[in-house]
Design a protein around this ligand. Structure first.
Ligand code: MLT
Length: 277
């Protein structure tokens, strides 16, 4: 890169040259769930992993939240970071709902999408009722019951035997605030159906799904794959709803391949010392 100052052209290297990837966490998690991506992918992309409002170390503002708020929060963060070129948006589960909403509102900000363990459709009536019951339970008893009920379903049976991983995920979930959880439940309940928009997505899209996802079935990933023109589908064996944590190498390799194709750069992984298997 060069910059013309008054009397000479200065060349410089700046790792912020890399395309930015925004990592949007799922419910009721926070950016800590991206630990293994922050660790392994930072040579290949600039990574920005926000804690959504009410989650992690972000302020626990009262709800209800909406997908629009989450999208606007992310656009505001990019503005704050002075990132004006289009970014890769990678969202897992609820993060995928937000990624699709962000694309709807800010298509010019998006260079590519990674939709992990997610779906494009809205909640069914039954699903909406479930969100309300969950919010009422959290209001009455705190987040404990939700965490306890969700944890075994988040991981594939094989990953659930990994005590360290279970504890890691549990700790993140236990950090979720009552306001954040209730706010996010409302945002998910009210999210629009993104299925009709899929045909209009004109950026490269990588869909990643765990073969053993017990929260969102693989058929949802396949439906998105059918509907998005420039899409790739990677189904990861022995992974449930958190494939980025359960099968780190498979997940990261799929992402690196996708970024290489997107940026047209060969052997990014090689140059950066990352090894394929
Ligand atoms: C998530 O994992 O983000 C949520 O469970 C998704 C959902 O409840 O729809």
């Amino acid at each position: 890169m060069t910059d013309r100052s008054d009397d000479f052209t200065m060349a410089y290297q700046d790792t912020c040259d890399q395309i930015t990837m925004v990592l949007i966490h799922g419910f009721p998690l926070d950016s800590a769930m991206w630990e293994m991506q922050l660790q392994d992918l930072s040579d290949v992309v600039r990574l920005v992993a926000p804690d959504l409002r009410g989650h992690g170390r972000s302020d626990s503002v009262p709800g209800p939240y909406s997908m629009k708020m989450f999208s606007d929060d992310i656009a505001g963060l990019l503005e704050h970071l002075n990132i004006h070129s289009p970014v890769l948006v990678c969202g897992l589960s609820m993060g995928g709902y937000i990624a699709l909403d962000f694309y709807r509102r800010y298509p010019d900000h998006v260079a590519g999408l990674i939709l992990a363990a997610t779906r494009a459709g809205a909640d069914s009536e039954e699903g909406k009722t479930g969100r309300e019951a969950a919010a009422a339970a959290v209001k009455a008893e705190g987040t404990g019951p939700i965490v306890a009920g969700m944890l075994p379903k988040l991981l594939a049976p094989g990953s659930y035997e990994d005590g360290e991983l279970v504890e890691f995920v549990q700790e993140i979930m236990e950090g979720a605030s009552v306001e954040g959880v209730i706010g996010a439940l409302a945002a998910m309940r009210d999210r629009p159906d993104s299925m009709p928009m899929l045909a209009d997505i004109d950026v490269p899209t990588l869909i990643i799904h765990g073969a053993e996802d017990q929260i969102i079935p693989v058929s949802e990933a396949e439906a998105m794959y059918e509907a998005i023109e420039d899409a790739e589908l990677v189904i990861i064996p022995d992974a449930g709803h958190l494939p980025n944590l359960e099968q780190v190498d498979s997940f990261n390799d799929a992402v690196i391949d996708f970024i290489e194709e997107l940026t047209g750069e060969e052997d990014l992984d090689h140059e950066n010392g990352h090894h394929h298997h």
